[in-house]
Design a protein around this ligand. Sequence first.
Ligand code: PBG
Length: 328
Amino acid sequence: MKITERPRRLRKNAATRSLVEETELLPKNLVWPVFIKDGANTKEEIASLPGCHRYSLDRLTEEAEKLSDLGLKAIALFPAIDDKLKNSKASEAANPEGLIPKAVRHLKAEIKDLVVITDVALDPYSSDGHDGLVKDGKILNDETLLVLAAQAKVQAEAGADFVAPSDMMDGRVGWIRQALDESGLAETGIISYTAKYASAFYGPFRDALASAPRFGDKKTYQMNPANSREALREARLDRSEGADMLMVKPALSYLDVIQRLQAKFDLPIAAYNVSGEYAMVKAAAKNGWLEERAAVLEILTSIRRAGASVILSYHTPDVLKWMQDRKP
Ligand code: PBG
């Protein structure tokens, strides 16, 4: 038969397929998001995130060292704060002796060349479980910026390479940038959660930190899942306020948003493969309904293909081990 184009010629065997492969997932693309808590010799599994744990700093260092040997380049820290330390002002967020600054100092001292990213938002520290300060049931924007700037400063002083505001208050990137610059912390970068959606996929994360909102939802600050042009607006603002990277979150339901930002902006794009996305795969794999390794690699490759060069994923430890096994 006369068929001029036969795309299957490029798929005929593994060597040919690898020759024409367009996207590669590498250890350097992955960031390990990890939960930490006070104490020693502790590694508690999180029920809704099988395979993920809350680590005390000694155990975290042990694990991060092993992963660093497997090619891990970056880690993002999330604190499980004792309920007694939470209050309506989220004051623990800016405590220079708090869990996060301690963890940053520890990791920077113990592990060479590991990029340490810290989260800037009030929810783990707030008795209201919201990312900003609350008054009369409303989330305050400008008042929150003062606390976020103080929080970012403490993290940067401890040695964080990047602070990552995930709060979605207006003006926070500029405000944080200014606070860092005025404190002689111009070298600390900002990875902004630029397009962070009010998503149903954050449930297991909120279990991990006991940080679910105590009233209402986050729809007055996180974005509407129906919008992608609005992500361009957020990206324009973050860029003009001094962000070093733009993040889309969640990843899998928002591949179009990743692609749009990648095409339009000249900053690196990060994507957060969030807790609910991880939990879905784990649950299906546990039931024998999906082959875990193939599904995970397909998902992460699709996030790369969409245009993210930095991927935060709870699958990171597994993927690094699989990549090691694959080596000759
Ligand atoms: C909150 C924050 C959330 C996540 C990261 N930072 C949850 C939320 O906005 O309620 C979710 C990450 C995940 O689900 O893996 N500042």
